[in-house]
Design a binder for this molecule. Structure first.
Ligand SMILES: [Zn+2]
Ligand SMILES: [Zn+2]
Ligand SMILES: [Zn+2]
Length: 426
């Protein structure tokens, strides 16, 4: 049986606040929810010389609203929701609903719903935690949360904090996804909203942004992109962006490159592009597999909320990467050294088994191969874009167009793909 008992709760008073004017103090009831979802109304002693929100924070409570709060959540609850959201990819609504306090009791005695009040408070809390972790107020020159410690200092970094947090700037526009880049240390670098499905122009824009913002102008980058072969030709033919090619070496991620024809594999395999080393280039695939879990949560959000949520997800991913960086670099170094040793041994064994073989011949072969393909690229441009490649390119463009039209028709609520299919068949 359930008995409704009213217990006299003690009043909460900030032990750190010693006011010279006790007449400024006043009591106000605040409904507090803890990490188990249980609610209690406590009389809280506020003082007119300090904002109510600040007093609550000093008491270890996060106010539901910054002004005149009547509801607050314990820091434990806010941290739990943050972990559930960023690590377990559970929406705030589901997280609030699954707190034991919200399901244990008969309906009449259930706590007041906190989801609506939690939504804004949670966003502010994440922002507060970002500032707290970055410690910018205490030490402005400290490297922020958004900087990869292993990248060169001149390398431009992921924009976060106020620079990226939204202010209804994207209201009314439909986003179909996000497109971005990360460094080889698994650290997110820059992201844009997609309005038209994946197009080559997004890649060009990101690379141009990266190259033009680099403080050290003679720095060169190795760029690994799924369709570097198409991007390369696009840049060669572009009057506006062709100078970018002087700053970048293009390659295709190691698993993607096997889907390309032999010529692409020779030109763009990371194992053949100088400076790529054993980098697999699949950083973005791993990042997408983390972000994919947020698709269903963020698709219902307003554009500004979505940007803030994704920003926090990327910052969390960066933090995780950073914490594993030392161990990862060590593991990769050991692996690289082992591989180099085995490769040299196997190579020498093989060469020694061929009588009268001249090692300099290999360099000649490599040069011949390079010469052949670079020649093919510049002189016989028409020949390079043979019927098969042209067909593939057309297919790619049509497929993009199809996805675009399909997304548009879904957004308009018709769900009718026939128009898209017809247009693409033309
Ligand atoms: Zn006071
Ligand atoms: Zn890095
Ligand atoms: Zn290709």
């Amino acid at each position: 049986m359930f008995v409704d008992v009213k217990l006299k709760t003690p009043k909460l008073k900030n032990p750190l606040h010693h006011c010279e004017f006790p007449e400024l103090e006043y009591l106000k009831p605040v409904l507090i929810t803890d990490e188990k979802g249980f609610q209690h109304e406590y009389p809280v002693m506020f003082c007119r010389c300090k904002s109510e929100a600040c007093t609550l924070v000093e008491l270890g409570l996060w106010p539901a609203t910054p002004t005149k709060p009547v509801m607050a959540f314990t820091f434990g609850l806010m941290e739990l929701v943050e972990k559930m959201f960023l690590v377990a990819k559970v929406s705030v609504q589901q997280c609030c609903a699954s707190l034991p306090g919200f399901s244990k009791f008969p309906i009449a005695h259930r706590p007041i719903e906190i989801y609506r009040n939690m939504l804004d408070a949670f966003e502010e809390f994440r922002h507060f935690r970002f500032d707290l972790r970055a410690l910018k107020d205490i030490c402005p020159e400290r490297d922020g949360e958004n900087i990869c410690p292993a990248c060169p200092k001149d390398c431009n970094n992921f924009l976060a904090g106020n620079a990226l947090r939204s202010n209804q700037r994207f209201a009314g526009l439909d986003e179909t996804g996000i497109f971005g880049r990360a460094c080889r240390h698994e650290f997110p670098k820059a992201f844009v909203n997609l309005k038209h499905g994946e197009r080559i122009s997004y890649a060009v824009w990101l690379i141009n942004d990266m190259v033009s913002k680099a403080k050290e102008k003679n720095m060169s980058y190795n760029v690994l992109y799924d369709i570097s072969c198409i991007l390369h030709r696009h840049l060669q033919n572009s009057a506006e962006f062709s100078d970018i090619l002087a700053h970048i070496n293009l390659a295709i991620p190691i698993f993607h490159v096997y889907g390309h024809k032999a010529q692409c594999q020779i030109m763009y395999s990371p194992r053949r592009v100088e400076g790529c080393g054993l980098t697999d280039g699949e950083v973005m695939e791993r990042l997408w597999s983390y972000l994919r879990g947020f698709a269903s949560i963020t698709k219902e959000m307003s554009p500004s909320r979505r940007i803030d949520a994704l920003t926090d997800c990327l910052l969390h991913y960066g933090r995780q990467s950073k914490s594993k960086l030392g161990e990862r670099l060590k593991r990769r170094m050991v692996r690289a050294m082992e591989l180099q040793k085995t490769a040299i041994e196997t190579f020498n064994e093989m060469v020694n088994s061929i009588p009268g073989f001249d090692i300099a011949q290999i360099d000649t072969w490599l040069n011949d191969e390079k010469e052949y393909f670079s020649h093919k690229n510049t002189v016989n441009e028409g020949q390079l874009v043979g019927p098969l490649e042209e067909w593939k390119e057309k297919y790619f463009v049509k497929l993009q167009r199809y996805y675009c039209l399909r997304d548009e028709s879904v957004l308009q609520g018709s769900g009718d793909y026939s128009v898209a299919e017809e247009t693409c068949n033309k």
